[in-house]
Design a binder for this molecule. Structure first.
Ligand SMILES: [Zn+2]
Length: 298
């Protein structure tokens, strides 16, 4: 896979209303953060480690004409656009909805990475964010009046005070700090045991991405950096981030992990790296790219 996970597929065109409904449509139905999929049998345990949950050998999206097949009344339904000429719809199941029919199940989105087709996985990331946005903007944030969805663009408008709400993204900067033969990785208290990753933090109002990076690195580990180079970006739907990743060089300072935020941070030799995040996230690609760059001697 070349595309970053959750990147909009090239053959996806977003829309707010279906102009001429297609014969069949893909349904992205969520109950909280879990997606409704047809599931294959569990795959044989890859690691033999009982702590690693077993995964379905395959998962598919329901492909049906309309939502008549649902066994509950959806809390909300949104048109998403078209994927390779097929309409895509999102729907939200109420929490009290009964269990799915045989052969179907609710699966967490992360667990469907590399199980669900990549393009479907990406549109699912869009769907869960838009459902969440729609659910959270039913009332005007300024005056409390119920909002109305616009049909010509993705927004909800307050009929009383005219405030418009658009789907919101929270930009976050990720930084991989390097110096001679080593990279700086840290771990948050919520990481799986032994796993380290690049540093990351949300952009504050008034900051450039470069200022955010310098501030986050200084706050989290107490070092100063320079030569900030853009690497790549990734939509990250947990819950609504855009990750923007950079490589930079250490200039000065000894590692001093920020209490409460960073449990541990260290310089790792590129030939002796700890457990790293999975390839679902840009963090892993950033680390892999930097290590490659350093091994090639640039
Ligand atoms: Zn209002």
């Amino acid at each position: 896979m070349n595309e970053m996970p959750f990147t909009s597929p090239a053959d996806f065109s977003a829309g707010v209303a279906s102009q001429s409904p297609t014969e069949r449509a893909y349904w992205f139905v969520f109950q909280a953060d879990r997606l409704l999929v047809e599931l294959g049998p569990p795959s044989p345990h890859p690691s033999g480690d009982p702590r690693v949950p077993s995964r379905a050998s395959w998962a598919k999206l329901p492909l049906l004409k309309n939502n008549n097949w649902l066994w509950f009344e959806p809390a909300r339904t949104l048109y998403l656009g078209r994927l390779a000429g097929t309409d895509c719809w999102a729907a939200e199941a109420p929490r009290e909805a009964e269990a799915p029919p045989p052969g179907m199940g609710w699966e967490g989105l992360r667990a469907l990475f590399s199980v669900l087709e990549d393009a479907h996985f990406a549109v699912a990331g869009r769907a869960i964010q838009l459902l969440d946005w729609d659910r959270s903007h039913r009332f005007c944030g300024r005056c409390g009046t119920p909002t109305e969805a616009k049909t010509e663009e993705r927004s909800r408008v307050c009929p009383a005070c005219k405030l418009s709400a658009y789907p919101r993204l929270s930009p976050a900067v990720m930084a991989l700090v390097r110096r001679e033969g080593e990279i700086l990785l840290g771990r948050s208290p919520h990481f799986p045991p032994g796993m380290y990753s690049a540093l990351a933090g949300f952009v504050e109002p008034g900051e450039t991405l470069e200022q955010c990076l310098a501030r986050e690195v200084e706050e989290e580990v107490g070092v100063q950096v320079s030569r900030i180079r853009y690497f790549a970006s990734q939509p990250w739907p947990f819950p609504n981030s855009l990750m923007i990743a950079f490589i930079c060089d250490w200039v000065s300072g000894e590692i001093r992990p920020q209490a409460g935020e960073i449990e541990d941070a260290k310089w790792f030799k590129v030939l002796q790296l700890p457990k790293l995040p999975s390839k679902i996230s840009i963090a892993r690609r950033l680390i892999d790219a930097a290590v490659q760059e350093m091994r090639e001697g640039s």
